[in-house]
Design a protein around this ligand. Structure first.
Ligand SMILES: [Zn+2]
Ligand SMILES: [Zn+2]
Length: 357
C-alpha cells in the first residue's frame, strides 16, 4: 500500500469518513479487538450518507455523539478531520500498526494480483461486501474472491443455496458500480468438505461461481485413513480449485491452539497436483497453514499454490504478506502461485469445464 503515514497536527483534507475507515483498517491489520473496530466502522457508516455541511454543523454544535453509532472517540476523530488536522488517534495508529508486518516476503507480495479467500458479514466476516471490495482496490488487487461459508457451517452463518444465489446478484451490482476501477469482485465460496469428501453446496450453484475453496471445518480429528480419503475425494471433485487451510491447525491467538489434522499428505498433495488444485497458503497468523514441512512437500510434488488472506475484516486483506514471506522462504516459484496470475489466466484455470491435468 502507498505510504499514507500521517502525523499529528499536520493538515488533513481526506475528510472524516476516510479517517475513520483508515483507523478501522489499521486496527484490523494490527489484530485488535473487533469491538474497538466496530466503533469506528459504525461511525463511518453513520456519517457517510450525511451532507458535509450537516457533519460540520454537528461538529460546531458539539452534537456528534447524539448521532447513532458515534461515541466519544469517534466524535473526536470526526471533529479533528472536519477541522482539517490529522486526528490524533489516526497518527498514533499509523505509528503502531502502519509499518511493515514482516521482514521478508515483500518482493513476492508485490507480485500478487489478488486473493481467493475472504468473508463478508453475510457469513462470519465483520464488514459488508462492498467495504471488502473497496479495501481490496485500495490494496491494489486486480481481483478479490468473496468466499463466504456453506450451509453446514451454521456457527458461521453459512449461506443456504437461496442466500448464495442472492449474494451473486449483489456481487454483480457491486461490480457494476466499480466498472472502470480495474478490479473485479469474483464469485466464490468456502465450501465445507463433508465427512464423505463431498462438497456442501449444490452442483448447480457451484457451477455459477468463479472460484471454489474447499475446506475441512468439522471432525478435524477424524482417523488418518478416513481423513485422507475424505480430502482426496474433495480434491478430485471437478469443482474444487483450492484446498483451504489443509491441516486446520491453530498455532496462536484468541481461539487457542489446535493440533493439525492427520492425513497422508503425500497422497493428498499428489491428488492436488494431478487435478490442478492449488494448495492454499493461508496467511492468517494464527493458522500458518500448511506447516513448513508440508509446504515443502507440496512444493516438491509440484503443486500449485494460492496465497490467501482468509480475511474476515477489511484490514485483514493486508495479511497476504505473511503468506508471501513463508512461500518465499520455502523457495516456491512465483509462477506456481495462482494468485500471481492475471485475472483471465486465473479464471481459465478455475473453470471446471477446462481440461485438467
Ligand atoms: Zn475455513
Ligand atoms: Zn475462510
Amino acid at each position: 500500500m502507498a505510504d499514507t503515514t500521517r502525523y499529528e497536527g499536520e493538515p488533513y483534507d481526506a475528510g472524516p469518513v476516510a479517517a475513520l475507515r483508515r483507523i478501522a483498517f489499521l486496527l484490523e491489520r494490527g489484530r485488535e479487538d473487533t469491538y474497538k473496530v466496530k466503533a469506528f466502522r459504525g461511525a463511518a457508516a453513520t456519517i457517510l450518507p450525511m451532507p458535509t455541511d450537516e457533519v460540520a454543523a454537528a461538529v460546531e454544535h458539539g452534537t456528534l455523539a447524539k448521532l447513532p453509532g458515534i461515541g466519544a472517540s469517534s466524535a473526536e476523530v470526526i471533529t479533528e478531520a472536519v477541522r482539517g488536522v490529522v486526528p490524533r488517534r489516526l497518527a498514533r495508529l499509523e505509528q503502531e500498526h502502519g509499518g511493515p508486518l514482516t521482514e521478508g516476503g515483500h518482493d513476492l507480495r508485490a507480485r500478487l494480483r489478488g486473493d481467493l479467500h475472504s468473508h463478508s458479514d453475510w457469513s462470519d466476516g465483520g464488514s459488508p461486501i462492498e467495504e471488502m471490495a473497496f479495501t481490496a482496490i485500495e490494496l491494489g488487487h486486480e481481483y478479490q474472491v468473496l468466499t463466504d461459508h456453506s450451509p453446514r457451517l451454521t456457527v458461521a452463518h453459512g449461506l443456504s443455496a437461496e442466500r448464495l444465489a442472492r449474494q451473486l446478484d449483489v456481487v454483480d451490482a457491486v461490480n457494476e458500480h466499480l466498472a472502470g476501477a480495474g478490479f473485479t469482485l469474483l464469485k466464490g465460496i468456502e465450501v465445507d468438505i463433508l465427512d464423505d469428501g463431498s462438497l456442501d453446496q449444490t452442483d448447480e450453484l457451484l457451477a455459477r461461481l468463479d472460484v471454489r475453496v474447499a475446506s475441512v471445518h468439522s471432525k478435524l480429528k477424524m482417523e488418518r485413513d478416513a481423513m485422507t480419503r475424505r480430502m482426496v475425494a474433495a480434491v478430485r471433485n471437478p469443482f474444487t480449485n483450492v484446498l483451504g487451510h489443509c491441516t486446520g491447525r491453530l498455532v496462536t491467538g484468541g481461539r487457542g491452539t489446535r493440533p493439525p489434522s492427520q492425513f497422508d499428505a503425500r497422497a493428498v498433495f499428489e491428488a492436488c497436483a494431478e487435478n490442478d488444485v492449488a494448495v492454499e497458503i493461508n496467511s492468517r497468523p494464527e493458522r500458518r497453514d500448511p506447516p513448513t514441512q508440508l509446504l515443502e512437500l507440496a512444493r516438491d510434488i509440484g503443486c500449485l499454490f494460492s496465497i490467501d488472506s482468509d480475511a474476515h475484516a477489511p484490514g485483514q486483506l493486508d495479511f497476504l504478506v505473511y503468506g508471501a514471506e513463508r512461500a518465499e522462504a520455502a523457495g516456491i516459484d512465483p509462477d506456481r502461485i495462482v494468485t500471481t496470475w492475471p485475472r483471465d489466466r486465473l479464471l481459465a484455470w478455475a473453470d471446471p469445464q477446462a481440461a485438467r491435468g
